[in-house]
Design a protein around this ligand. Structure first.
Ligand code: HEC
Ligand code: HEC
Ligand code: HEC
Ligand code: HEC
Length: 208
């Protein structure tokens, strides 16, 4: 489903000079979506944010438990749910309502019991490891809560990733690739450069 939506976006973007960035807050009734971390993933650092999108019909944040203890949500407006994780190296269980995630924070070698799990990363945050949503999204505040909106790409990205850096990484004119999210999963990927699919497949959406 997500993949199809992404392809549709890509195809739409390929034909249009003005790219449409994805809008948020349009979650449907149904299951909670966890953007980060994935279930059964190995994390390089224990300091990161749990980010979820609650089903559209949910009116209150579901209970959060980290290793059995009550966790605290940051002040964000639904449907977005964010909690700061500070996990020691080793195995942990996170529960968001009935949704359970197992993660392993790595320190050196990965033990055999999690050898099948995937190493999972996301875009770096600030010096403390936390993400400033404003760096990439439009964010508004209401009732003391942050409401995370549209992705400001490519403008936001270009503030930190210069045209020179872009050239070195892509060897490609910048304009057609302005929809960075078409290829990069900044909220979580197990691939190098946080790619969403193998490089060939990504190029093939526009080139034979
Ligand atoms: C470095 C840039 C960056 C930062 C910082 C960032 N995001 Fe995002 N966000 C993205 C991109 C890129 C996408 C599009 C994801 C995709 O297409 O895979 C996105 C998508 C999302 C989505 C929608 C995902 C979906 O599948 O519907 C949510 C929700 C979200 N971000 C929340 C947050 C929150 C909350 C923060 C702050 C804690 C944050 N983001 C910080 C880049 C960023
Ligand atoms: C067509 C797909 C595609 C699009 C669109 C795209 N990228 Fe990339 N990007 C790639 C690929 C493939 C690589 C990996 C290059 C390599 O193998 O070294 C990459 C690498 C990068 C890197 C270097 C990552 C590293 O490991 O150091 C950055 C930074 C980056 N992209 C930023 C962006 C930004 C910003 C945008 C939007 C303005 C963007 N990309 C759009 C495919 C894409
Ligand atoms: C506040 C500054 C900042 C913003 C805004 C920002 N980035 Fe980055 N990004 C970084 C830093 C720092 C790194 C790590 C060093 C590097 O690879 O350049 C990074 C790394 C990356 C990587 C490589 C990650 C990896 O694990 O290999 C990609 C891809 C990327 N950024 C894409 C984007 C895209 C797309 C956007 C806009 C949606 C964006 N960035 C916005 C600062 C930023
Ligand atoms: C969103 C559509 C899109 C995607 C995805 C895309 N391209 Fe392109 N590409 C274009 C367009 C449009 C041009 C022509 C741009 C121009 O001439 O300004 C182009 C031009 C090129 C060129 C000629 C470059 C030049 O300097 O004239 C090469 C080579 C190329 N692309 C390779 C790739 C590769 C490799 C990938 C995957 C990493 C890729 N493209 C992904 C749309 C895309």
């Amino acid at each position: 489903m997500a993949r199809r939506a992404w392809l549709a976006l890509t195809l739409a973007a390929a034909g249009l000079p003005g790219l449409t960035a994805p809008t948020l807050g349009e979650s449907e009734p149904g299951a909670l979506r966890v953007l980060f971390p994935a279930d059964r993933s190995v994390l390089e650092t224990g300091r990161s944010e749990l980010i979820c999108v609650a089903p559209g019909d949910v009116k209150r944040a579901p209970p959060l438990r980290i290793d059995g203890k009550r966790g605290r949500w940051q002040p964000y407006a639904l449907p977005v749910l964010v909690a700061r994780l500070e996990l020691r190296p080793g195995r942990h269980e996170i529960a968001v309502g009935p949704t359970k995630l197992q993660v392993y924070v790595r320190e050196g070698d990965v033990p055999p019991e999690v050898a099948e799990w995937t190493v999972y990363g996301s875009h770096p945050g600030d010096a403390d490891g936390w993400k400033d949503c404003r760096a990439c999204h439009e964010v508004t505040a209401a009732n003391g809560r942050q409401s995370v909106g549209t992705l400001r790409e490519p403008v936001a990205c270009q503030q930190c990733h210069s045209s020179e850096d872009f050239q070195l990484a892509h060897f490609h004119p910048e304009k057609p690739l302005a929809g960075c999210h078409q290829c990069h999963a900044l909220h979580g990927s197990s691939a190098k450069s946080l790619l969403k699919a193998p490089r060939k497949q990504l190029c093939a959406t526009c080139h034979d």
